[in-house]
Design a protein around this ligand. Structure first.
Ligand SMILES: C[S@@+](CC[C@H](N)C(=O)[O-])C[C@H]1O[C@@H](n2cnc3c(N)ncnc32)[C@H](O)[C@@H]1O
Length: 403
């Protein structure tokens, strides 16, 4: 067995990168990399050196596909379109483009730090909440279908449920960390936004107060909450291991709504002055007669969309198109999703004709987004952008309910 000591600086790195580039999307095993290195250098490289180099650079440069199998990050991304004329310049190289959509693969906090002042006009995002649920370790457990933060809710009707992260297991130290994360996120986001830009953040009733407090502390104005009326499989369970003893008890209410927190970067002067100068400060009306409302009837994401984009937190187009449309009051500017996942915000922006930018850290989800954005964006608009007003008066979401 050879050692690292016999190689020039950078030789092992270049050898691994070359081997993985040749193997493309399917990646290579440690054994295949070892064989490649031996052929390339005429000398064996210790598999421990290969492993430690790969581990140190995952997920930045490499993506772990499974036990001992890796590929170059972004190997599966397809750049479909060239940059359109008049596109606002942003730092970094997008890994994917489609129509007016750009996707960057990066840590969004690092990415935001690099971006020019006043380059984004609205944010619609569904961030990670468990802090740990989107780490490579937890994602590997989710993809392997066992252990970790992700759990499959109980099935009462024979339908297989999608995995949900366990938010209630967050300790108070983790909740503090969550608040610090959102405070930092808010502070880094603030300069990148134009004055009057709205920020809409998906939350859940257990942590929304922390996010709200953190964004308020970062200097945003709280502008209310949009209630997504949706019945999920969260809550409603009887006490664990004591179902029969306490048949009339549920530990938490069955969740029938999802809060989407609404914030605004302070406007310059009056809203009218801000609208003239920055094109932001208000929310786009549904029509002459109907302002954007803060209760939107929705359904769980339907099977058709989940088949297109198999992300555990996929949000439905019927809902996303309504909130994304509202975020740019004059329909001008750029919408950002710093935690893009499989791209439901970006697809919604594409569908309503807005420029958008997404940032996603995980290479597998970035690749998924590159495939799903055009398909989600092309889905017919069956919702007609109608809101419920007042609560429960009308079920506007025509997308069929699929548990
Ligand atoms: C709740 S999911 C969003 C899913 C999205 N709503 C959709 O419909 O596909 C949050 C996403 O943020 C990504 N993420 C987590 N931390 C990140 C970070 N620091 N920078 C960029 N993306 C991150 C995760 O990989 C995950 O895909």
């Amino acid at each position: 067995m050879g050692t690292v000591g016999k190689f020039q600086p950078g030789q092992i790195r270049d050898g691994i990168a070359e081997c993985l580039s040749r193997h493309g999307m399917d990646g290579a095993s440690i054994g295949e990399i070892e064989a490649h290195m031996e052929t390339a250098f005429g000398e064996a490289v210790a598999s421990s050196s290969i492993r430690s180099y790969l581990q140190l650079n995952t997920p930045g440069k490499f993506e772990r596909l499974g036990r001992g199998r890796y590929r170059i990050a972004d190997a599966g991304l397809v750049m479909t379109d060239p940059a359109p004329d008049g596109e606002v310049e942003l730092k970094g190289k997008p890994v994917y483009r489609h129509g007016k959509t750009r996707l960057f693969r990066a840590d969004s906090l690092e990415w935001l730090r690099e971006q020019p002042e006043h380059s984004v006009h609205g944010v619609v995002t569904d961030p990670p909440y468990g802090l740990v649920e989107y780490t490579p370790t937890e994602l590997a457990k989710l993809r392997a279908g066992r252990g970790g933060t992700w759990r499959i809710p109980p099935s009462f009707d024979g339908h297989q449920r999608a995995p949900l992260p366990r938010f209630t297991t967050l300790s108070s130290a983790e909740l503090d960390q969550l608040e610090r994360f959102f405070r930092q996120f808010g502070e880094i986001l603030m300069p990148v936004l134009v004055p009057g830009a709205h920020v809409m953040v998906a939350a859940n009733p257990l942590v929304s107060h922390l996010v709200s407090y953190a964004l308020d502390a970062a200097g945003f104005e709280r502008r209310g909450e949009v209630v997504r009326l949706v019945t999920t499989m969260r809550g409603g369970d009887r006490p664990k291991n004591a179902h029969e003893e306490f048949p009339d008890v549920s530990v938490m209410p069955r969740s029938n709504w999802e809060p989407w927190l609404l914030f605004r970067k302070p406007v310059e002067g009056t809203v009218a002055e801000n609208l003239r100068k920055w094109k932001t400060g208000g929310l786009r009306r549904i029509s002459d007669e109907r302002p954007f409302g803060d209760v939107i009837a929705s359904s769980p994401t339907n099977v058709k969309e989940r088949t297109i984009a198999n992300h555990p937190s996929l949000k439905p187009q019927a809902f996303m198109r309504q909130v994304v449309r509202a975020i740019l009051p004059l329909g001008e500017g750029i919408v950002l999703d710093p935690f893009a996942g499989s791209g439901s915000t970006l697809a919604a922006a594409e569908a309503v004709g807005y420029q958008s930018v997404g940032v996603e850290l995980d290479p597998t989800y970035a690749e998924l987004a590159s495939k799903s954005i055009p398909k989600l964006a092309a889905l017919p608009d069956r919702v007609g952008l109608v809101h419920v007003d007042p609560v429960g008066a009308e079920a506007s979401d025509a997308v069929p309910v699929e548990g």
